[in-house]
Design a protein around this ligand. Structure first.
Ligand SMILES: Nc1ncnc2c1ncn2[C@@H]1O[C@H](COP(=O)(O)OP(=O)(O)OP(=O)(O)O)[C@@H](O)[C@H]1O
Ligand SMILES: [Mg+2]
Length: 261
């Protein structure tokens, strides 16, 4: 047998993934592999199908046809919570946040959920200590140390977004999915959240998918770009090649030409 260099097995794959809404095909036969240690940015004009593609991967929508596999296991018909249990982690704004608890307590509950201990606050002291140590780790990772004892409800917008990322990190998924994480954020807060997302891929076991419109973000974070247009995957590859490709200029012509340039 001849040994040849092969690319590592994908952590996440979609094969011919398709969803129809009536006559409209919002995601059309998208086949794509995602690998650990890699941050893939998904770009495309408004209505291209990016969020729908995410919904099909995380289970908020079920495919009309095609498959979603994680480490070779077929997730296509699983519920969102079953997919989360299999390591698909999607950031949603404020969904897991308890506004009347502190930042640290919120993170500790996520750590606790990850440890399959349920959502009870009160545990024997030694459990409590171990959980708190894990929570403090993610608190520091998200640079929220100075906010530990602030109520989540009182956090400024930028710190709330960081807390959402910290909660996702505390769940320790294999696949991280972010859909426009800096939307509605002031320019001075966006870099913190993006740096945090960028730091996730320093762990070679994690796979990151990021939908983002801001081209400066794409350039600074992407290892790879995929381009969706009218529900189809029309280009993929390294950022410089994809962003200068004719197909991308054509896709964006009249919508975001100035951003691509
Ligand atoms: N539940 C639904 N029912 C009917 N049509 C839908 C549904 N969800 C999405 N669509 C349609 O699918 C297409 C893709 O929408 P999607 O939200 O995925 O685009 P997007 O690339 O995320 O756009 P944006 O950049 O504006 O967020 C759009 O035409 C949208 O109207
Ligand atoms: Mg969208």
């Amino acid at each position: 047998m001849t040994l040849s260099a092969t690319s590592p097995a994908p952590s996440l794959s979609t094969q011919d993934l398709t969803i129809r809404f009536g006559g409209h095909v919002a995601v059309n036969a998208v086949s794509c592999d995602f690998h650990p240690g890699e941050l893939t940015v998904i770009v495309g004009p408004n209505g291209a199908g990016k969020t729908t593609y995410f919904n099909l991967i995380s289970g908020q929508l079920t495919a009309s046809s095609g498959t979603v596999t994680k480490d070779g296991q077929d997730l296509t018909r699983m519920s969102p919570s079953a997919r989360a249990h299999h390591g698909i982690g999607r950031a949603f704004q404020l969904t897991n946040l308890f506004p009347a608890l502190t930042v640290l307590e919120n993170i500790r509950l996520a750590v606790q959920a990850r440890a399959h201990m349920g959502w009870r606050i009160f545990r024997p002291v030694r459990h409590y200590r171990a959980l708190t140590e894990r929570a403090e780790h993610y608190l520091e990772a998200a640079k929220l140390g100075t906010r530990a004892h602030d109520l989540a409800a009182n956090l400024p917008h930028g710190d709330q977004r960081k807390l959402e990322v910290a909660l996702l990190m505390a769940m320790e998924p294999d696949i991280y999915m972010f859909d426009e994480p800096t939307a509605g954020m002031s320019l001075d807060h966006a870099p913190d959240v993006l740096e945090l997302i960028g730091s996730i891929k320093s762990d070679p076991t994690k796979t990151v998918l990021l939908v983002e419109h801001k081209m400066s973000v794409v350039r600074s974070l992407a290892d790879r770009i995929i381009v969706l247009h009218n529900g189809e995957l029309v280009a993929e590859g390294d950022p410089a090649t994809v962003m200068s490709s004719a197909v991308v200029r054509e896709v964006y012509l009249g919508t975001a030409t100035e951003e691509v340039a």
